[in-house]
Design a protein around this ligand. Structure first.
Ligand code: HEC
Ligand SMILES: [Cu+2]
Length: 316
């Protein structure tokens, strides 16, 4: 047996300590309220029990100051907790500019990860120490949940949708990754490990190993193979929008809506082109649902992202 007793797992991510503090604070606050109610209740039950000779005349009918106090003080305290929680919550979902994106596809019953340079791994994920990591995740089959207790990070991974989570590893070592959503017979064995490395060692690891073309390069090949280029290339005779620099661009749709193009938008454009038709174009794009896998879509999105960078450097 482990001689050491741990109330909490180790904290191996920057936000872990803050989230622990928040949980503790909520526990103490609600505990204090529960305790106060209990103590007063017990005291009154004893004092005013049947047969006691407590003074029951002159019962106060009003106690405005008390009522205001017990309404306003808890309200402010709990609003404070809400603000604190909201700030930390946003941090889990909004990636800072220097964040490194890694793409994760969950399937029965394993975790697959792909780094931008094309390095893939199964059942494990290598990340550098001290740099924010943004995971963009989707599932090939059912709902899974990416759960790393040592990072205090848990996020559902849903088929047909991208979800993301941001964390900054603060300690080197190996940490357990669990699937926290029952996903079939071998759910309990859908485990993985997160390996946090020193930045230099990580850079070395990223370059080593079986090498494949990077995600963007593969995306470019797929872009040709699936015939996207036939319509979307600037020189094409088909009237279709130019996709360079699409990510982050404001898009106006035929039905009057406007949105900012992000990864889910591009994914939907490929699988359900009729859902968001770009203003000024006829909806002639065929749906690629059932023909194109999640990994391929991620690669194409990376190609579209990188194409914007190429253009910017060319313009300089
Ligand atoms: C037959 C021609 C054709 C093919 C093939 C085609 N598209 Fe399109 N695509 C269009 C047209 C036309 C639009 C604009 C109307 C619309 O939104 O449906 C469009 C819209 C889009 C958009 C939204 C663009 C924007 O500016 O918001 C994306 C993203 C996209 N296509 C990606 C792809 C990808 C990736 C492929 C290959 C897997 C592909 N398309 C294949 C014709 C095509
Ligand atoms: Cu699972």
């Amino acid at each position: 047996m482990n001689p050491q007793f741990h109330l909490l797992p180790v904290d191996a991510a920057v936000s872990a300590g803050r989230l622990d503090d928040l949980a503790l604070c909520v526990l103490l606050l609600t505990g204090a309220v529960a305790l106060a109610v209990l103590v007063v209740m017990t005291g009154f039950s004893i004092r005013y029990r049947a047969g006691s000779d407590a003074d029951r005349t002159h019962v106060p009918r009003k106690g405005l100051p008390v009522e205001i106090a017990w309404t306003v003080i808890p309200l402010l305290l709990f609003l404070g907790i809400y603000a604190w929680g909201a700030v930390d919550y946003v941090k889990l979902y909004r990636a800072p500019d220097n964040a490194m994106s890694v793409f994760v596809v969950a399937k029965q019953w394993m975790w697959e990860a792909e780094h931008k340079n094309g390095r893939r791994e199964i059942g494990q994920l290598h990340v550098p120490l001290g740099r924010p990591v943004r995971l963009v995740m989707t599932s090939q089959d059912v709902i899974h949940s990416f759960f790393v207790p040592d990072f205090r990070v848990k996020q559902d991974v849903v088929p047909g949708r991208y979800t993301s989570i941001v964390f900054t590893p603060s300690r080197t070592g190996e940490y357990r990754l669990y699937c926290a959503e029952y996903c079939g017979t071998e759910h309990s064995r859908m485990l993985g490990r997160i390996v946090v490395m020193q930045p230099a060692a990580f850079a070395h690891w990223l370059q080593a190993g079986p090498h494949q073309p990077g995600m963007a390069a593969r995306g470019y090949q797929l872009y040709r193979r699936y015939g996207c280029s036939g319509c979307h290339d600037p020189g094409s005779s088909v009237h279709a929008p130019d996709l360079t620099g699409l990510l982050g661009r404001r898009v106006h749709l035929a039905d009057g809506r406007a949105l900012t193009a992000d990864e889910p938008y591009i994914r939907d454009s490929i699988l359900q082109p009729a859902k968001d038709v770009v203003a000024g174009y006829t909806p002639i794009m065929p749906s690629f649902a059932g023909q194109i896998g999640e990994e391929d879509i991620l690669d194409i999105i990376e190609y579209i992202r990188e194409s914007a960078h190429d253009e910017r450097t060319e313009r300089r």
